[in-house]
Design a protein around this ligand. Structure first.
Ligand code: BG6
Ligand code: MG
Length: 219
């Protein structure tokens, strides 16, 4: 069989593992130290957004202005807290269906790539024991523009020698879906269909479908 897509490019946080929750906990604590309160709805606007830009959004939300030095310190502290929260992660922290879908793609001969905004992504993949599945991992430090710009998805696809239209991007964030569509790829949203309305398809999790079925039914 010739699969509908030659490559599937995954986001990490909130798609393969529930680290989106840990990012939220760490940002919430940092924000509350500044007297800024953030909730789950506001947190949706942080998903997929890189570290410094997320901090800027939180400061703007709380109408707080700080010198660069303080911002760098706060971003560092948030990251240290995030690393503590994720330190004990193992393969059991993969979201339901994640390992099955990675195995399935290997069986189908479809390339697997990672397009995460997180500089912690390589360490998290190691902790989860899934680094070996990836044919490429885009380095977010190398992209000029973070999500919702297409850069990281295009960078993830580059070493695979596939055209954007041959790639399926998988995302839990609105900014991520916009990035996938801007890259000229097809988008599979994982999560809330209202938040991910711009995706070509939305599923509630990786455990409720097979790629074989999904590809067979994809226009
Ligand atoms: C994204 C997350 O994957 O990575 C964001 O959705 C996070 O919440 C961003 O801020 C950057 O992560 P890190 O680990 O480099 O601070
Ligand atoms: Mg995500």
């Amino acid at each position: 069989m010739n699969p509908r897509f030659k490559a599937v490019i995954f986001d990490l946080d909130g798609v393969l593992t529930d680290t989106a929750r840990f990012h939220y906990v760490a940002w919430k604590k940092m924000a509350s130290g500044l007297g800024i309160s953030i909730d789950e709805t506001f947190n949706e606007t942080l998903k997929g957004i890189d570290r410094m830009m997320s901090l800027e959004r939180i400061l703007q939300h709380g109408n707080v202005q700080l010198p660069l030095e303080d911002k760098q310190r706060l971003a560092h502290e948030k990251n240290e807290h995030y690393k503590e929260l994720t330190a004990a992660m193992t393969r059991k922290d993969l979201l339901p269906g994640a390992l099955d879908r990675l195995d399935e793609l290997k069986g189908l001969g479809v390339k697997i790539s990672l397009a995460s905004a997180s500089k912690n992504a390589p360490a998290i993949l190691e902790a989860l024991g899934i680094s070996g599945y990836f044919d490429s991992i885009a380095n977010p430090a190398l992209v000029a523009h973070g999500k919702p710009a297409p850069d990281i998805f295009l960078l993830a696809a580059a070493p695979l020698q596939v055209r954007p239209e041959e790639c399926l991007g998988v995302e839990d964030a609105e900014a991520g879906v916009t990035a996938i569509k801007s890259a000229g790829m097809q988008a599979l949203g994982v999560g809330d269909p209202q938040v991910l309305a711009a995706a070509d398809r939305v599923v509630p999790g990786l455990d409720v479908f097979t790629f074989a079925d999904l590809f067979a039914d994809w226009p």
